[in-house]
Design a protein around this ligand. Structure first.
Ligand SMILES: NC(=O)c1ccc[n+]([C@@H]2O[C@H](COP(=O)([O-])OP(=O)(O)OC[C@H]3O[C@@H](n4cnc5c(N)ncnc54)[C@H](OP(=O)(O)O)[C@@H]3O)[C@@H](O)[C@H]2O)c1
Length: 331
């Protein structure tokens, strides 16, 4: 029987394409590496922003599993934070050895007043802070401004965390060796810092605003690590990859819901997605590194614009000015 060679070609393509899609999906969406460190966090106090859900909650759970002394879940909604704390306590209740103390505290990054009140409480109550994880974030939200008039992505993802970190620095220095983990995104590569339109009053693109805030995260962590040289406080910038969390809440929610199953197949779940953040929190191998960017638990070179020290310094000075930190320093 003669078989048309075109039929064989198309049959071959049809048979191979599911495999090709599967391999592509691993190549682009899935993290190949996991945190290999078995290090425990005994005696450590760890503060995580946005810890009531997604990557922040998973990071908190991993820290509890590694027997951290105390976890502070810094969240804007106390009820959701209490529920997360309950889940983490339950998930670790049969664990041998030490039980982590978990406290929830109110922090709304859309309000600089809230950040100041929060930091004053932490500085007053906590004798030590070993690890700060700047995780909370918003993604592709409709155009909105924070209480202080900043564009939402800039305000929450960068400026709120900028003030928070600076107000907790003395406590971190006192607790050295200490770590600051800044959660950024590979989308920082699409970002740009436009000093003439920081709050997007002239033009606004949701993805652009998010990407720019994530570039600000990278510039901030590089500049912070330069400023903290010799203090024993190291800075790590983590890119979790693409992870299935509530972050897509503003991105066509109905369609995403309908495609839940399909989306689920292609994205990492939080246990995979948290690995790079966890590695930055615990890995002893990173103890002599600071100011680097990590993907898939590995150091990744950053692009030219994120390496620009002049830009990073300018962003720092802008951030100090608009958050009132510069005035506070002068007083
Ligand atoms: N998921 C991904 O694919 C992905 C990829 C790259 C980077 N990231 C980064 O990973 C981090 C965590 O994201 P996720 O995926 O876990 O998202 P998520 O599930 O949406 O969690 C975000 C967290 O941030 C909190 N948050 C938002 N606005 C806040 C505010 N004004 N004050 C205090 N907390 C606030 C949220 O609190 P509520 O629950 O109260 O809203 C929530 O706890 C973000 O920085 C994000 O940019 C995520």
């Amino acid at each position: 029987m003669d078989v048309d060679p075109r039929f064989i070609l198309w049959a071959g393509i049809a048979a191979a394409s599911p495999l090709a899609i599967y391999l592509l999906h691993w190549q682009f969406f899935m993290s190949a590496n996991v945190c290999k460190s078995l290090e425990l966090l005994i005696g450590k106090t760890i503060l995580i922003t946005g810890a009531n859900t997604g990557l922040g909650k998973q990071a908190a759970l991993e820290c509890a599993k590694r027997q951290a002394k105390k976890l502070i879940l810094a969240c804007r909604n106390l009820q959701r934070a209490e529920e997360a704390a309950r889940d983490i306590r339950k998930a670790t209740e049969f664990q041998d050895g030490f039980k982590t103390e978990i406290v929830v505290m109110k922090l709304d990054l859309t309000s600089l007043d809230s950040v100041r009140t929060f930091c004053a409480q932490v500085n007053e109550q906590e004798p030590q802070l070993d690890i700060l994880v700047n995780n909370a974030g918003v993604f592709r939200c409709p155009y909105a401004k924070t209480e202080d008039g900043f564009e939402m992505h800039l305000g929450v993802n960068h400026l709120g965390h900028f003030l928070l970190t600076n107000l907790l620095l003395n406590l971190l220095k006192k607790s050295a060796p200490a770590r600051i983990v800044v959660v950024s995104s590979f989308l920082y590569k699409q970002g740009a810092i436009k000093f003439d339109d920081m709050n997007c009053d002239r033009s606004y693109g949701r993805l652009e605003a998010y990407s720019s805030s994530k570039l600000a995260n990278v510039l901030f962590s590089c500049e912070l690590s330069r400023r903290l040289k010799g203090t024993g406080v190291n800075v790590y910038c983590a890119n979790p990859g693409i992870v299935r969390t509530n972050i897509l809440r503003y991105s066509i929610p109905l369609l995403v819901k309908m495609l839940d199953y399909v989306v689920g197949m292609f994205f990492q779940d939080v246990t995979q997605g948290v690995q790079t953040i966890l590695n930055c929190i615990v890995s002893k191998e990173l103890e002599n590194e600071s100011g680097c960017y990590y993907t898939d638990c590995l150091k990744e070179p950053i692009i030219k614009s994120a390496k620009d020290e002049v830009l990073a310094k300018k962003l720092w000075e802008y951030s100090e000015m608009v958050t009132g930190l510069a005035i506070q320093r002068e007083q």
